[in-house]
Design a protein around this ligand. Structure first.
Ligand code: ADP
Ligand code: MG
Ligand code: MG
Length: 211
């Protein structure tokens, strides 16, 4: 299994940065179809510049690290997704508190709290064709896997699969929040960019279990 220490969360952020850089054009293409074609660029800018916040700062605990990056994303990434992803990381950071090593159950509570914060801030729910459609199933699958006796690696694997399935399931949905909602019926048939990038983040969390 894996120790959920600061190194683990650094690996998560490194992998997230790598994937959003590698897939920036794809995310922007998804946003071109139902938004304003900036989602990949927004996340690429936010996560690459976040490396400056995390590289030199000591960020002694997982909570401090996630909080610092969350504040950075909220402040530097424009649009809807900056504050929303910023909220995910800040809320997780707060829930992780000052623990040097996070218990698997605590990570589950942090994921659930992060999704609840996004739903509150975005006034969004599953089925609205947003990042919530990836994040809510991921948090639920994680908690379920742990409750079923799985270890943290199995639970994160289940979360990542649920997030990717959730992102794919946004294709036939009609958007009810964000820019895509302005398109009404024409938003149907496209995968939501924020749900897609959210699935990449949850997958990065799973991949961080393999140092
Ligand atoms: P913008 O739409 O401001 O250009 P981005 O393109 O970076 O911002 O992000 C768009 C994504 O943000 C959408 O694909 C969706 O997943 C997410 N999003 C937008 N509005 C909301 C909301 N109210 N609740 C949850 N997620 C939202
Ligand atoms: Mg956009
Ligand atoms: Mg925009």
């Amino acid at each position: 299994t894996v120790t959920l220490d600061t190194d683990f969360f650094r690996r998560f952020l490194d992998r997230t940065t790598r994937v959003v850089v590698a897939r920036a054009a794809y995310l922007t293409d998804l946003d071109a179809a139902i938004g304003d074609a900036d989602h990949g660029a927004n996340l690429k800018r936010g996560f690459t510049s976040a490396a400056e916040v995390t590289a030199d700062g000591p960020a002694a605990t997982p909570g401090a690290l996630l909080t610092a990056v969350g504040v950075h994303l909220t402040n530097t990434v424009g649009g809807a997704s900056g504050p929303l992803f910023g909220t995910v990381l800040r809320r997780m950071g707060k829930l992780l508190g000052e623990d040097a090593v996070v218990a698997p159950e605590t990570l589950g509570r942090a994921l659930a709290a992060a999704v609840a914060s996004v739903r509150r801030l975005g006034d969004s729910a599953p089925g609205d064709k947003t990042m919530v459609d990836a994040l809510q199933p991921a948090a639920d699958a994680y908690t379920e896997a742990l409750a079923g006796g799985g270890d943290v690696v199995a639970a994160l694997d289940a979360a990542a699969r649920a997030a990717r399935d959730g992102a794919a399931a946004t294709v036939p949905m009609r958007a009810r929040r964000g820019r895509a909602s302005y398109l009404g019926e024409r938003s149907v048939g496209h995968q939501d960019p924020g749900a897609t990038s959210s699935a990449m983040l949850v997958t990065a969390l799973y991949e961080a279990t393999d140092p």
